[in-house]
Write a protein that binds this ligand. Sequence first.
Ligand SMILES: [Zn+2]
Length: 293
Amino acid sequence: MESSHDNPPALCVLASGSSGNCSVLRSAGGELVLIDAGISPKRASVALAALGHTLEDVSAVVLTHLDSDHFYSSWATVAPKKLRFGASVWVHASHSRERRLDPLHEAGCLKTFEREAFEPARGVAFTSRLASHDAEGVATFRISTPQGELGFLTDLGEVTDRLVDFHCGVGVLAIESNYCPRLQARSARPDFLKRRIMGGAGHLSNEQCLRATEAIGPGSHAVFLHLSRECNSPEIVGGLHEGADYARTIATAEEPTRWVSITGARPAPVPVTRPAPMSLFGPLSGPLSGPRA
Ligand SMILES: [Zn+2]
């Protein structure tokens, strides 16, 4: 049996983008926690199988908010049947009255959190702070394990000083880098949508993400989430963080990332994969991935 030293907790983003968001956090003991469930249970099952896991390894699902790209509705009926016996779905108390959650209420597996720490799997403690996102807000998480800490922030209109303080000094930071403002402005999207995204209660631009990442200062690794397909690219995001002293992983809508170990230590430098195609702005050399966990 592996010791926790051999098998540190780790994060894999199965999918991230407006078509669906789902990440998996593996504890040192091998339990899985899904952070958001915005892809179908079937797709999650296939992605987990490629990692050597099944839905029965999932002890809990923790939701940042209930937009359909973060909570695919059929999980409400599938979770009580297919996940590990006794698994819970956790939502912020302010989101818990949503009708789509009724089957979870009825099955007795819906749990709520506010500001106090909760432990959806052994050795994995989540603490949450709400951030602005549309009318209902979004939960951000500081996740503590004995081996290291993970900050998780997606779908938020701005990163306030209070949020920076709350997440400061985590080993790994997973944070959205949603759009390039120039591509957003040039896009054919309707003005109301541009205002919603850029108006302080929508999504983070690449520059807002860069400033927040620098202020929070992840000890080892930054994982960039929820890139807009229309108004962003991995090359642009990678280029902005070039030269940073944290390893980088850029999540995509289609392919799971590698496992990123949740540790506080800075990894030794390793060669990184560089994207081959040219971007609109020339051959940016943003590293796509850090060390394999
Ligand atoms: Zn979203």
